[in-house]
Design a protein around this ligand. Sequence first.
Ligand SMILES: C[S@@+](CC[C@H](N)C(=O)[O-])C[C@H]1O[C@@H](n2cnc3c(N)ncnc32)[C@H](O)[C@@H]1O
Length: 198
Amino acid sequence: MSNEQLDPVLVSVAAYNADPIAYERHYQSHLLDRPTRFASLLPPNAEILDLGCGPGRDLRLFTDAGHSPIGVELNASFVAMASRHGHVIEADIRGIEDLFSPQTFDGVWAQASLVHLSRKETEQLLRDAKSLLRPQGLFYACVPAVGETGWVDETDGRRWYTVWPDDHFEEAVSAAGFEIDDVNRGTYIEVWARKGAR
Ligand SMILES: C[S@@+](CC[C@H](N)C(=O)[O-])C[C@H]1O[C@@H](n2cnc3c(N)ncnc32)[C@H](O)[C@@H]1O
């Protein structure tokens, strides 16, 4: 079966198996100011959902900042690695609404983890994230903003990327019912947002 007939998310997640240790090493200090800022904006001992937590760097940072994070990750190698740093569930974030009750979290963190989902899957996930947050809960996500949506052959494997040009991602976050706090635009677009009072 060609990659085109397979679920792009599953193919992309499997590509991280090529060298998960190298991934961890490569990203250990990449854009650390983002999770640090996220941790600082939350109340003490906040419950944080780390979507697609990878090897768990941010789980450790959130725990060290006095919070209670939980990771959800589909790649089994990353689940094992991230479990050194906190509680991790091996699951697909596309089914996140079945894993937790509404209004469970103070923060939902999605650092480069929606990148392999289709536009439609991401739009559903944004609605689910809003429902899982408590009132005034904090949301962060970054997704590619430059290039073409589709398969990319990388040195360690093939991955699907959905690209969100112009204001498309910001608009999707708003359409899910969030209030946008801040947007950083670069090769990735980063959106900081809040759930309102309800
Ligand atoms: C680019 S990595 C980012 C990892 C981590 N958040 C970080 O910042 O280093 C994308 C991560 O999301 C995970 N992922 C992608 N789609 C997923 C899905 N549908 N369910 C669970 N995890 C997923 C991948 O396995 C991978 O660990």
